[in-house]
Each structure stands twice: as structure tokens, then as C-alpha cells.
Design a protein around this ligand. Structure first.
Ligand SMILES: O=C(O)CCC(=O)C(=O)O
Length: 279
């Protein structure tokens, strides 16, 4: 059997609910995704005849003109967001045999699965709150299987200013956390973004937190039950990161639900898991 994680990494994952695997991806795999993003930005600049200087691709500056594009028209940021998850090199990465081997090893399953619609590339823009993810577990907004895994990887060198993801250490061991469906402080947040943890402050205070500063090519492997949230981007650049979700066809809850997806698949948390929703 292929064993991508060392014993130490497996132990850390079981203890903390996430683990950083340095240099998990090949540089060429990541550059191909960055190149695809650069191309989409170039195409939009050309299409809208914007007075933004074209710049040749380099991995360190693949998004150099993105802030200028946003400044011209924020809606083009949404066009980029929807487009980049369709870059072939990204889809190849999502479906990579190494991801499959990780699921087999970590979940001890011979039935790994890719969560349809459960993958994308986040673009966390400086100072934007609307799409920042508050404290959450992935399962209520994904379903598929209780033991799903997120493959999270940054496309830019992470810094404190960019607002790295924060994790509650060991929180996955406490099972599913009840949620409220509205965020009183942020009424414009909807769907998965509108869910807040019941008794959030008390719940989160139980755990130590960590916010790893990873590099492109590093993987952060995250349990579907681990509490985590987006940091605040206080930099002048966007924070680009990939989320690729897999699950396990053989896990009993997922099997019982027919492996359905959550919000993005049009399903209602209250209908599928009424016990998780508190008023
Ligand atoms: O990258 C982020 O800011 C948060 C990502 C996240 O919450 C997730 O992958 O579930």
C-alpha cells in the first residue's frame, strides 16, 4: 500500500485534526495552476481593453495585475473566481493519485471519492469580509461523508498579514458542533458562510489554536470535523489557496445519506441534519 504520510504525520493528524505536509506537491504541478490563473487574468484584461500592462508569467507574480483588475471592476474578481476552478491543471491536481493514496492511508478505506463541487480556489481579497469563513467544520457545509478530508494548499507564500487559516487543535475529537443558520453580526453572509457555531466563543475557547505559515507546494490536510476559520487579509495582495475535498464511500453516515452534498448541491442542512441546527 502507498503510504504518503509518515507515522509521525499520521499521529499529528489524529491528535490535532490537521497536519502540514511540506513539499507534498511538485513545483511543476503548482506552477501549472498559477499559469492558468495568470492566463485568465490576461484574457480578461484583453477582453475589456483595460489599461493594465501585460506581464509575462512568473510563479512569484502570477497574480500581479489582479488588484488592478479588481480596482477597475470588482465583478471581474467573481468571473476569475468561477473560472479558475476549471483550469485543467487544477482538476488534475484535485483528482491526483496521491490524494487518493492519502485518503486510502488516512481513512483506511478502499473506497475513496472526490466531492463533486467540493473543490475550488479561494481568493481572499484585502479587507473583504463577505466571503471570509468564520469558525466552522466542513462537514455541515459539504456532507458526502463524516470522515471527509480537505486538501488545502496556498498558491502564495503565507504571511501573518495575509491571514492564514486558524485551526482549533484536537477539535475534531469532539464530534459535530451545533450551528445557527443566521449570523446576526453579518446578515449579508448566506449559505455555508451564514452558519455560525452555537456558543461559538465558549466552544472555541476550549482549544489551543494554530495558524501555519505554509509555502506553495505544501499541503495542509484537514479533517472534516476540525474547527477552523479564515484569517483576516490585512495585506495589499490577495490570498490565493486551493481547497480540494475527498470523502469515503464506505463511511456509514455518508452511505445512509446517499453521499449527497450540502448547500452547493442544493440541500438544506435543517432537512438532512435537523439535530445540528439550533435556533
Ligand atoms: O482558506 C480559508 O480561508 C478557509 C478555507 C476553509 O474554510 C475550508 O477549506 O473549509
Amino acid at each position: 500500500m502507498s503510504t504518503p504520510l509518515t507515522t509521525g504525520q499520521l499521529t499529528a493528524f489524529a491528535r490535532d485534526g490537521f497536519v502540514v505536509l511540506p513539499d507534498f506537491y511538485e513545483r511543476a504541478e503548482i506552477e501549472a495552476v498559477q499559469r492558468g490563473i495568470h492566463q485568465i487574468i490576461s484574457l480578461l484584461i484583453g477582453q475589456h481593453q483595460l489599461a493594465i500592462e501585460q506581464s509575462p508569467f512568473a510563479p512569484e507574480t502570477f497574480d500581479a495585475r489582479f488588484q488592478a483588475l479588481l480596482a477597475h471592476d470588482r465583478a471581474l474578481g467573481g468571473v476569475v473566481y468561477d473560472a479558475v476552478k476549471q483550469i485543467p491543471a487544477f482538476i488534475r491536481l484535485v483528482a491526483s493519485t496521491r490524494h487518493e493514496a492519502v485518503v486510502r492511508q488516512v481513512r483506511g478505506t478502499n473506497a475513496p471519492a472526490i466531492a463533486a463541487g467540493g473543490y475550488g480556489i479561494r481568493i481572499d481579497n484585502p479587507g473583504e469580509e463577505k466571503f471570509r469563513a468564520g469558525w466552522h467544520q466542513d462537514y455541515p457545509s459539504q456532507f458526502r461523508s463524516l470522515d471527509g478530508l480537505v486538501f488545502w494548499s496556498s498558491l502564495v507564500p503565507m504571511t501573518d498579514e495575509l491571514g492564514p487559516v486558524e485551526f482549533c487543535l484536537g477539535s475534531h475529537k469532539d464530534g459535530l458542533a451545533p450551528v445557527c443558520e443566521t449570523d446576526a453580526e453579518n446578515p449579508d453572509k448566506t449559505g455555508a458562510y451564514g452558519l455560525t457555531l452555537a456558543d461559538e466563543t465558549m466552544r472555541v475557547a476550549k482549544y489551543k489554536t494554530a495558524a501555519p505559515l505554509t509555502e506553495p507546494c505544501d499541503l495542509v490536510l484537514v479533517d472534516f470535523l476540525t474547527l477552523h476559520r479564515s484569517g483576516e487579509n490585512r495585506a495589499s495582495q490577495s490570498r490565493w489557496s486551493m481547497q480540494m475535498r475527498w470523502f469515503n464511500f464506505a463511511e456509514p453516515t455518508g452511505k445512509r445519506l446517499g453521499w449527497v452534498g450540502s448547500f452547493a448541491a442544493g440541500n438544506d442542512l435543517r432537512a438532512v441534519h435537523p439535530e445540528l441546527v439550533v435556533e
